[in-house]
Design a protein around this ligand. Structure first.
Ligand SMILES: [Zn+2]
Ligand SMILES: [Zn+2]
Length: 368
């Protein structure tokens, strides 16, 4: 320091060091304020912890209230795609479509994840009394055990009726058997569940379609009719789709099938067709890439399944021919989970079909 510096009142420290010191003091002040804030907020939260926990619990309990609209007897038909995934595991639940009409709810197939998906859509599981299985590929029923069990815990009071092609008793009896120990433990513990033990089980209702017929009526109550119809999912036989009618509205749920003239009557003038869909153009593109990556087993499976699923383009042509109002694609192969791949999935369909097309996701709801 020079005498000139002192005389002129210049800073004692070099300029750079001085700035650093000021910045450090500011940081320390900010830190002290933050610490005080955290102490105050944290202290407040600690003192109010019981109320905060109660609030969180209350929010959790009230956040998933069943939506009464599904059970409204208002002349509307509500179609909820509760499982849109392919047989392979994906983000989506496997095969599941719920149709609500006339104050009742009907479930068509109950693949893995169906109960969780229905819960996510605020459907009251305890109020579903009928399941209609299309066929016995596992991706169409392997959520049945969980669904029956949850439905019982949610307060159902009667056994779940499970209709389906011959073979349904084998599937349902096996699931009932698998849950026997669980039912015993729970009924020992809880008197309420013991009083409703019948609801812990499912009751198989085989609905064979007589030889020479294409369909059979499997439900007729409260103005709602449901017909099981023959589809073509060879070598899986029999395989059904279902037609639900209510107040002049018609919904066809295809199950698994190729596009075939057999399903034309079921699709004819339908308001909604919920149809399985197989985008051959995407699968064919993926197969050589799978082989390139050494995924030969996946490539073989992909190659081996196209012959018994519904090609998207052929489906669009048949929907046009049948005068379908709205085509809802589900059981998506390959599973597509974003806007880009969903757009690719329906590529070319609008050239063949004038109606609306929806690539369904779990939780898609359509109200007729
Ligand atoms: Zn199948
Ligand atoms: Zn399937």
């Amino acid at each position: 320091m020079t005498t000139d510096d002192m005389a002129s009142g210049s800073p004692v420290l070099p300029p750079t060091r001085s700035r650093w010191a000021r910045a450090r003091r500011r940081l320390l002040r900010v830190g002290a304020i933050l610490l005080a804030l955290v102490t105050v907020v944290g202290g407040g939260a600690y003192l109010a912890r019981d109320r905060i926990v109660d609030f969180a619990v209350r929010k959790q309990l009230t956040g998933s209230e069943p939506d009464p609209a599904y059970l409204a007897d208002d002349g509307r038909v509500r179609i909820l795609t509760c499982g849109t995934g392919s047989p392979e595991l994906s983000k989506a639940a496997q095969a599941c479509t719920m149709v609500a009409a006339g104050g009742r709810m009907f479930l068509f197939d109950v693949g893995e994840g169906s109960a969780r998906s229905l819960n996510n859509s605020n459907v009251d599981l305890a109020r579903i009394d009928h399941v209609f299985l299309t066929h016995f590929h596992s991706d169409h029923f392997n959520g049945l055990g969980a669904f029956v069990n949850q439905r019982w815990n949610w307060g159902a009071t009667t056994a779940l009726e499970v209709s389906g092609p011959p073979g349904v008793a084998q599937v349902v009896d096996g699931i009932n058997n698998a849950y026997t120990l669980d039912i015993g433990y729970r009924t020992d513990d809880m008197a309420k569940l013991a009083g409703e033990a019948a609801a812990a089980t499912a009751k198989p209702v085989p609905t064979p379609i007589p030889v020479g017929q294409d369909s059979v009526r499997v439900y007729d109550e409260g103005g709602v009719t449901i017909d099981a119809v023959v589809v073509d999912h060879a070598p899986v036989e029999p395989a059904y789709g279902y037609v639900l009618r209510y107040q002049g509205k018609k919904v066809f749920v295809s199950g698994d099938t190729i596009v075939t003239p057999k399903t034309l009557p079921a699709m004819q003038d339908a308001d909604i067709v919920v149809h399985e869909a197989y985008a051959n153009h995407m699968v064919e593109r993926a197969i050589p890439i799978m082989r390139d990556l050494g995924l030969d087993s996946d490539a073989d499976i992909a190659q081996g399944t196209s012959h018994y699923h519904a090609d998207t383009i052929a489906l669009a042509e048949q929907a046009q021919q049948a005068g379908v109002d709205h085509l809802v694609l589900t059981h998506l192969i390959p599973y597509v989970d974003n806007i880009v791949t969903r757009t690719m999935f329906v590529s070319g369909m609008s050239d063949k079909y004038d109606g609306a097309i929806t690539v369904a996701q779990d939780g898609t709801l359509i109200v007729l």
